[in-house]
Design a protein around this ligand. Structure first.
Ligand SMILES: NC(=O)c1ccc[n+]([C@@H]2O[C@H](COP(=O)([O-])OP(=O)(O)OC[C@H]3O[C@@H](n4cnc5c(N)ncnc54)[C@H](O)[C@@H]3O)[C@@H](O)[C@H]2O)c1
Length: 371
C-alpha cells in the first residue's frame, strides 16, 4: 500500500494589490503542495477579480476577520500596506494560523517585539518575506561560508540603487513614516541588507547618513551606512531611490574568493560572479557545481516554508531573525539623525527609535511644510 499524498496546504492572501500577484503565482506554480483557498481585501471587487484570475474556487472576503471565521486556513499571506502588517499578523496568530508577512514586517521595533511575543506565546510562526535569501546563489554562498571553504569574511559592499519617479509616491501609503515606516532603508534596500546580514551574521556597530535629496516624501530617499560585524568584517550599505541606472549589488571579499551578484529584483546563478584568490582556483568548480537558472523569488521561499511546515521544523524567515534586520534599519536612522555610531542592542526603552523609525529626530521638515 502506498501512502496517500499529503493534502495541499490551504493558503489565504490578504491584500490583493501589486505584490499579491507574486504570491498567487508562486502558489499556483507550487500546486498541488499548496492551493489558494481564500482571499480578502477591503476592496472586495479587487479581491473578487483577483480570485477570478488565480483561483476561481477561492472564497472571497472583505476582511481577514471574516475570512478566518469562515475558512480552514494553514497559512495567511499578508500583502497589505506596512502599517497593517502586525495587527493582521497578530489576529491570524491568535486564530492559530501561521503568517507570511510582506516586508517591512513592522513599522518599529516596538511593534516587531509585540509580534515576536505573540508568536512565542501562541507557538505559531510569524514569517517575513525576504525572498532573496532563498535563491540558489545565496544558499550556496551561506553553505560554503559555513563549511569554512571561503575563509574569513573581510569586506563587503551592499547597494540598492533604484529609481522611483515622483508619481510613485501618489499612492497614499508611500513615502510617509507613519504608514510605510521609512524610505528606501525600510522599503527597498531592506532586501539587500537582509541578505548581507544572512551571510555575514550579527553586526556590531554602524555609522550612517540619510538625506531627502529629490523626492516628494517625508522619509529619506537615500541612506548609507558603514558597518562592522562581530566577525570583524567591514561593509558599506547604500539604499537609494534616486539612481537612474538601477542596480542591486552585493559583493563579498573573503580570504579565498570574491563573490558578487548584480541584479535588479531577482537573481539567478548567471548574475553571480566568483573570483578565487591566487592559489584557490580549484574553488571555482565548487561554486559552479550545482548551477541553476532559477530566479530568487517568492516561489523559492514559499516552497521552503511548505517543506518546513510539513517536516515540523522552523520555517524561515522567523520573527526573531526578521527583528535583527529591522534593528539594522532602526540603527541606520538613529545613527544618521543623531550623528553618532550605534551598536547592536543600543536601541532600548526609552529610546524613541524603538517606537518609530524617525525617532522624532528627522532633520528635514515634513513635506506639507515644504509645499
Ligand atoms: N517582497 C517584495 O519584493 C515586495 C515588492 C513590492 C511590495 N512589497 C510589499 O508588499 C506590501 C504591499 O505592497 P503592494 O505594492 O502590493 O500594495 P498595494 O497598495 O498594491 O496593495 C495593497 C492591498 O491591500 C489592501 N488592503 C489594505 N488594507 C487592508 C486590510 N486591512 N485588509 C485587507 N486588505 C487591505 C488594499 O485595498 C490593496 O488592494 C508592502 O508592504 C510592500 O512593501 C514587497
Amino acid at each position: 500500500m502506498t501512502d496517500a499524498a499529503p493534502r495541499p496546504l490551504r493558503a489565504a492572501i490578504v491584500g490583493t494589490g501589486g505584490i499579491a500577484h507574486a504570491h498567487a503565482q508562486a502558489i499556483a506554480d507550487l500546486a498541488p503542495r499548496i492551493e489558494l483557498a481564500a482571499v480578502a481585501d477591503v476592496d472586495i471587487e479587487r479581491a473578487r477579480a483577483f480570485a477570478d484570475g488565480f483561483a476561481p474556487a477561492a472564497a472571497v472576503h472583505p476582511s481577514l476577520s471574516l475570512l478566518l471565521a469562515a475558512e480552514q486556513i494553514d497559512l495567511v499571506h499578508i500583502c497589505t500596506p506596512p502599517q497593517t502588517h502586525v495587527p493582521l499578523a497578530i489576529e491570524s496568530l491568535r486564530a492559530g494560523v501561521p503568517v507570511l508577512v510582506e516586508k517591512p514586517t513592522a513599522l518599529s521595533l516596538t511593534e516587531m517585539d509585540r509580534l515576536v511575543a505573540v508568536s512565542r506565546e501562541t507557538g505559531v510562526p510569524a514569517l517575513t518575506v525576504f525572498q532573496h535569501r532563498f535563491g540558489h546563489g545565496a544558499q550556496r554562498l551561506i553553505r560554503l561560508l559555513r563549511d569554512g571553504v571561503l575563509g574569513r569574511s573581510l569586506v563587503a559592499t551592499c547597494e540598492t540603487l533604484w529609481y522611483r519617479p515622483a508619481e510613485y509616491f501618489d499612492v497614499p501609503w508611500r513615502g510617509r513614516w507613519e504608514v510605510e515606516g521609512g524610505g528606501p532603508t525600510m522599503g527597498h534596500g531592506i532586501h539587500q541588507f537582509d541578505l548581507l546580514l544572512a551571510v555575514l551574521g550579527p553586526w556590531r556597530r554602524l555609522s550612517a547618513f540619510a538625506a531627502r535629496q529629490a523626492l516628494p516624501t517625508d522619509t529619506e530617499d537615500v541612506s548609507m551606512a558603514v558597518v562592522e560585524f562581530e566577525s570583524g568584517a567591514l561593509a558599506t550599505v547604500v539604499n537609494s531611490l534616486v539612481s537612474p541606472r538601477e542596480s542591486s549589488r552585493l559583493r563579498f571579499d573573503f580570504e579565498r574568493a570574491t563573490v558578487e551578484v548584480e541584479h535588479l529584483y531577482g537573481y539567478s546563478d548567471a548574475d553571480w560572479a566568483f573570483t578565487p584568490a591566487k592559489g584557490h582556483e580549484h574553488l571555482s568548480a565548487e561554486w559552479a557545481a550545482d548551477a541553476s537558472d532559477e530566479v530568487s523569488s517568492h516561489r523559492l521561499q514559499i516552497s521552503a516554508i511548505i517543506d518546513a511546515l510539513a517536516a515540523g521544523t522552523e520555517p524561515a524567515v522567523g520573527a526573531e531573525e526578521a527583528r535583527r534586520t529591522l534593528e539594522f534599519a532602526a540603527a541606520t536612522y538613529a545613527s544618521a539623525f543623531r550623528g553618532v555610531p550605534v551598536s547592536a542592542g543600543d536601541i532600548v526603552d526609552p529610546d524613541p527609535f524603538l517606537t518609530s523609525m524617525d525617532g522624532g529626530a528627522v532633520p528635514w521638515p515634513p513635506l506639507k511644510e515644504v509645499l
